[in-house]
Structures are given as structure tokens and as C-alpha cells.
Design a binder for this molecule. Structure first.
Ligand SMILES: Cc1cc2nc3c(=O)[nH]c(=O)nc-3n(C[C@H](O)[C@H](O)[C@H](O)COP(=O)(O)O)c2cc1C
Length: 225
């Protein structure tokens, strides 16, 4: 597939077929993706690819933690964008939420359906595999996060080429103690992102979402050209 087409086709997928992704395919996606550039070629990433029994365990443990009264904030909560009310960033967050809830027929006041949707996120959208991206805590989080973004985008684009869908997820790394325990991630590694990955369920309503983008003319300043 042409690169431009893959970039245009990629979108977050939140419903997957009950069909495992072969290990060879996941491995090939990672082989391609680690060609991503990184600061000083540090390649500050490590991938935990989780499927099958450990993933089922993780999905259950995440949801149990979500509904437990003492669910703590995520380890990375302090660096996440939490847009303030009245900002354009908040407006965009609300917009994608409205689009998803409309497709999923989740009413504003429907607490049960809303909770079910949030649980789904903590279950890696029921994907057959999840990639947990970690970095080394000895490196500054800002740089690691930028480099991680590059390799993550490669993963999402390469996945499209294999007929797979992805959803990058903060939800998937929120309950760090649960994740560290089940996947055996050591304390000196920083959890950077989760990517749910699998074959898209084309009939799943939320997969039809097309997120809005601002016009380039509104987000560019030309200088000397
Ligand atoms: C760092 C990062 C974290 C994200 N975390 C979540 C998440 O926890 N749950 C979710 O449903 N989507 C998550 N997303 C997906 C975004 O909502 C999505 O990329 C955005 O709305 C644009 O839509 P698109 O990916 O379909 O183009 C995340 C995306 C990024 C880049």
C-alpha cells in the first residue's frame, strides 16, 4: 500500500474481530517500526507484546481496578494532556467523544452505557493483542515520549498495511501496578503507551468514526515561502 494511502486510512479502531494476530505478523510490524528515528539514535523503547491468557488476565484486572473505590491515578497522569474547559483542546476532546457516543448510541445521561464504554477501553477494546511500550526511567520523559511517538506512528501505519487496526491508549497503561505485576515490567521502566492491535470489526459502530482535523491553513505559519 502506498504510504499516503496508509496515512489517510489509519484511524483509531475500538472494536476487533475475535481472531488472533500471528506472532510473525506482530514481529514484522515491530521490525519495520523500529526504523523510526530517535534522538541521537537512542532508540529509547522496549515492547511488551501481550496476548492470550496474560492479556485476558490484564483486561479483567484493569476493569476490577477501574471499578474499585481506591483506583489510583495513572503513573503517567502528570504528563497527559487534560484540556481545560473553554480551550480549543477541550472542544476537540468533547467533539471526538460526541462522535463516538453517537455512533455507539450512548446517551449523555446513560451512566451504565458510559461505564461499559470506559471498561471497554480498559480491556484494550477487546483486542486480541496489546503492545505496551516502555522506556528507561534514566532518560528524560519528554525526549522519550517524543521518540516513542515516532515508533508508535510507525506501528499504527505498518499495521494498516497488514490489514490490522490499532488504538493508541493511555487507558491501557493507567493501572501501572496491575500491568507491572501481570506482564512483569520492572520498576526501572517507564510505561509510555499501550496500543491495542487486531483485525478491525468493520461492523463495530465506533470504527466508523472519522475524527475532525483543523484546516492546515489554520495551523501553519509560512515564513520565507
Ligand atoms: C497518546 C495517545 C493516547 C490515547 N489514549 C486513548 C485512550 O486512552 N482511549 C481512546 O479511546 N483513545 C485514545 N487515543 C486515541 C485518540 O483519541 C485518537 O487518536 C484521536 O481522537 C484521533 O482519532 P484517530 O486516531 O481516529 O485519527 C489516544 C491517542 C494518543 C496519541
Amino acid at each position: 500500500m502506498e504510504l499516503q494511502a496508509a496515512i489517510k486510512e489509519r484511524k483509531s479502531i475500538r472494536g476487533f474481530l475475535d481472531k488472533p494476530v500471528p506472532k510473525e505478523v506482530l514481529n514484522e510490524i515491530l521490525e519495520i517500526s523500529v526504523r523510526a528515528p530517535s534522538t541521537k539514535n537512542a532508540q529509547p523503547w522496549h515492547f511488551y507484546v501481550v496476548a492470550d491468557e496474560p492479556l485476558e488476565q490484564l483486561k479483567k484486572a484493569n476493569v476490577n481496578r477501574l471499578i474499585s473505590p481506591e483506583a489510583p491515578p495513572g503513573e503517567m497522569a502528570h504528563i497527559l494532556i487534560e484540556p481545560e474547559k473553554g480551550t480549543v483542546y477541550r472542544d476537540r476532546q468533547v467533539d471526538i467523544g460526541i462522535r463516538l457516543f453517537k455512533l455507539m448510541e450512548i446517551g449523555r445521561e446513560d451512566k451504565d452505557k458510559r461505564l461499559e464504554w470506559v471498561k471497554r477501553g480498559f480491556r484494550y477494546f477487546d483486542a486480541p493483542a496489546a503492545i505496551i511500550l516502555v522506556g528507561d526511567k534514566s532518560l528524560p520523559v519528554e525526549g522519550a515520549y517524543l521518540d516513542a511517538g515516532l515508533v508508535i506512528q510507525n506501528i499504527c501505519l505498518a499495521a494498516v498495511d497488514f490489514g490490522l487496526g490499532t488504538c493508541i491508549e493511555n487507558q491501557g497503561i493507567t493501572y501501572s501496578d496491575v500491568l507491572r505485576d501481570i506482564v512483569q515490567i520492572p520498576d526501572d521502566k517507564r510505561l509510555l503507551a499501550a496500543i491495542a492491535i487486531g483485525y478491525p470489526d468493520d461492523d463495530f459502530p465506533a470504527n466508523k468514526v472519522i475524527s475532525h482535523r483543523e484546516k492546515v491553513e489554520d495551523v501553519v505559519t509560512w515564513c520565507g515561502i
